[in-house]
Design a protein around this ligand. Structure first.
Ligand code: GZL
Length: 341
């Protein structure tokens, strides 16, 4: 009898061990595969394109984070067209992905397709840029950056710098003449950065010292930034004191135009831009740019973490901001080695 009981106990222990091990094996067999209801999570991700160093870093962060999280990524590059993003989202719905994430190239025009996702019971996460919707329940969470604060930080830094350096207007007037290279027309980041910059200027006791001489989109690209800066210089070469570029890539293009016009970028024209990509740190080290306001593209890890929480039925914040800083030229040399994008 004792022998039979001992054998039964041993058999039971083997069954239990196999059960735990099997579960553990399944979890670890997919190299930490994230599962939803036992199957691997699939995320449909619609990216804008590859217009800037920042965007490339954003894409790399999302792809790397998906791999590390064991999430299968269906990645679509919209080549800067909203209609391609809408097509991609519809295709994700048809495929029956577990969750959809997208970077809205512009703020409006998303209500219909996001309603289709909601009707298909597929949760949506908005990444990087913002959307304007009649019904905010069409997305579960937004992960990104605070473009309004970025714009405010730009003016704050300019005003402190022009005062500290005791700069004088080049064109003989009593106002610093500012030209602006704006981002993609209709995008939340271009709207937010421009509004933040103007609001901070209007609220400043030094508002009367500044005049926005010209402001035009450079579409967040280096090439277009150079072209538009060439046109600014053609009409106001000897008046421009400050360039505010909504991203570093346009500033880098503008630097080429300023040098071609026989002026010293960073000295004749004070240059500040947003993103914090390596290229602008190098330009600051060379004395050709004066400051960059960080906009953090490394949003992949927080995106995947938020996706898993949503699919596990956990509550998530409607808005998740990523950390950002301000980097003037005098810290560029020591900071560049630490930069991740
Ligand atoms: C900002 C992001 C912007 C970057 C640009 O959140 O959407 O788009 O500032 C990028 O470099 O092209």
């Amino acid at each position: 009898m004792k022998k039979i009981l001992a054998m039964l106990l041993a058999v039971m222990m083997m069954v239990v061990a196999a059960g735990c091990g099997g579960g553990g094996d399944k979890a670890s067999s997919g190299s930490g595969a994230a599962s939803s209801g036992g199957k691997k999570i699939t995320m449909g991700f619609s990216q804008i394109g590859a217009e800037s160093e920042w965007r490339t870093a954003n894409t790399e962060s999302v792809k790397k984070a998906a791999e590390e999280a064991g999430i299968e990524l269906q990645f679509s590059d919209a080549q800067q067209k909203q209609e391609n993003q809408i097509k991609a989202i519809r295709s994700f719905i048809a495929q029956g992905v577990d969750i959809i994430a997208f970077v809205p190239i512009v703020e409006t025009g998303w209500d219909t397709v996001l309603k289709e996702a909601k009707d298909a019971k597929i949760p949506v996460i908005v990444v990087d840029r913002d959307v304007k919707l009649a019904d905010d329940s069409l997305y579960v969470a937004k992960i990104g950056t605070d473009s309004l604060t970025e714009g405010k930080n730009v003016f704050k830094w300019i005003d402190e710098y022009m005062t500290k350096e005791n700069k004088k207007p080049r064109g003989g007037t009593d106002q610093f003449q500012v030209v602006v290279l704006e981002g993609t027309v209709g995008s939340s980041v271009a709207n937010g950065r421009q509004k933040g910059f103007k609001d901070e200027m209007a609220a400043s006791p030094n508002a009367a010292k500044y005049n926005i001489l010209a402001s035009q989109t450079g579409e967040f690209t280096r090439q277009k930034g150079q072209e538009v800066m060439e046109s600014f210089l053609k009409s106001d070469r000897d008046k421009i004191d400050i360039l505010f570029a909504h991203n570093d890539d346009m500033a880098l293009g503008a630097i080429q135009a300023i040098e071609a016009a026989g002026l010293k970028p960073g000295k004749d024209i004070t240059i500040i831009s947003i993103d914090g990509v390596k290229g602008i740190f190098q330009a600051m080290i060379e004395g050709k740019a004066n400051c960059t306001v960080e906009c953090n593209p490394l949003q992949g890890p927080v995106l995947m973490e938020t996706a898993k929480k949503i699919l596990n039925g956990e509550k998530v914040e409607k808005m998740v901001y990523v950390p950002e800083g301000v980097f003037p030229a005098d810290v560029a040399e020591k900071t560049l080695p630490e930069r991740k994008y």
